[in-house]
Design a protein around this ligand. Sequence first.
Ligand code: NAG
Ligand code: NAG
Ligand code: NAG
Length: 427
Amino acid sequence: MFGLKGTKCTPVMRGLILWALLTNIMLSVYLSIYLLCHYINRGYQEDTCPLSMAELSKKNVTTHFERSKSQSEECSPAVNIMFMKTHKTASSTILNILFRFGEKHKLKFAFPDGRNDFFYPSAFMCSQVKDYRPGECFNIVCNHMRFDRQEVAKLLPPDAMYITILRDPVDLFESSFHYYHRAVPLTWRINGENKLEEFLNNPQIYYSAEAYNSFYLRNLLFFDLGFDNNVEADDSRVMRDIHNLSKHFDLVLIAEYFEESLILLKDTLCWTMEDIIYFKLNARKSSSVSRLTPEFRAKALEWNGADWRLYQHFNATFWAKIERYGRERMKKEVNELRRRNAEMKAICIEGGNAVEAQKIQNNRFLPWQPVGESSILGYNMKKDIAPKFRTVCEKMLTPEIQYLTDLGVSLWLTRLWGWIKDTIFTV
Ligand SMILES: *[C@@H]1O[C@H](CO)[C@@H](O)[C@H](O)[C@H]1NC(C)=O
Ligand SMILES: *[C@@H]1O[C@H](CO)[C@@H](O)[C@H](O)[C@H]1NC(C)=O
Ligand SMILES: *[C@@H]1O[C@H](CO)[C@@H](O)[C@H](O)[C@H]1NC(C)=O
């Protein structure tokens, strides 16, 4: 092996090694690929995927739904979907739902090539899509990206549904700090027990808009959605961008109300309850979640002011939607979803609950871990599952990376990074 695992590296040495590898290997590899793709695809400028192609793929898709649920008399299930996968927002669970739906109905995903995101944090370009040719239509786009609506629109028929999910910016910031701070070199100098609080006390010392990976630590939602994450909350661009977004997105989910979100999703897409049953994926063990005091919550809110305004705006539109849907009806549907989830849990999951990474017996179900940690929980699948449930259990429990591989995506770059991260940092 690499010979570093287990040796006593000082944090500074580890940092230097990580830094060297990051810049020299990863960056140069993916920047050169990126520039090459960019260069090859310059000159092609389609505005959306052609209607004629979209109609054809729709016909092909709808045949898969024949003789399906009675619901189809009133509406037909949406198959063209842009899911803007934001970071640290329970979006992995939604991805699993989309993977299962797409696989079941033989839909065409626009996947990245070599990795599990679209050259994040670079802005999305349709040329980053695996096997993309100008004029090609896809059904579902759902991997991490930095959003660019015009580029995404080139891949999808005009009737595509645009969906995303937001989370309370304070909790999101806490989670993102936990998950990514080791990948943000400016935070390596933070001393003391509670790095998060130290950061919030002096963000101007530990943060710089231009520093490598710094977007993880400020207004990450704004950044993911393609906007400037370094604007102050009272900047007029914030509300302009929020309104722009609300024009383009059909549904914005709220992670704090996850079940209600899924019911609205089902309603918007004309899907069935079966389509949205889920197990919570990529959850963090509670001991690694640091609860912020009210004082630090307020600081985190102020620091992530643009995200806070974004969240409040869409929390309001979300509840307006629930009001229109009917509170009582929503309650009933949520209960039904819970019942179905519990039923599947009893069928599929050994011990009935998520367990720590070390206790996961089958690597197939082992989720991706943050740098230098193993705080993300996963599941063990029961061994004696009735044959008719085996496949669905397996799919519901499969983490993103493994599922992408099953769907035919090559992930050599992601795996290389995983190997580097696990070799240098003793997990
Ligand atoms: C639709 O199906 C036909 C025949 O099965 C095939 O030739 C065509 O390429 C398909 N179209 C798309 C967009 O997948
Ligand atoms: C909205 O965003 C798009 C790109 O996402 C941009 O081209 C357009 O100028 C924006 N409109 C406004 C009013 O800001
Ligand atoms: C979101 O909206 C609900 C319903 O109006 C409200 O109870 C809740 O406090 C809001 N959350 C935030 C963080 O504003």
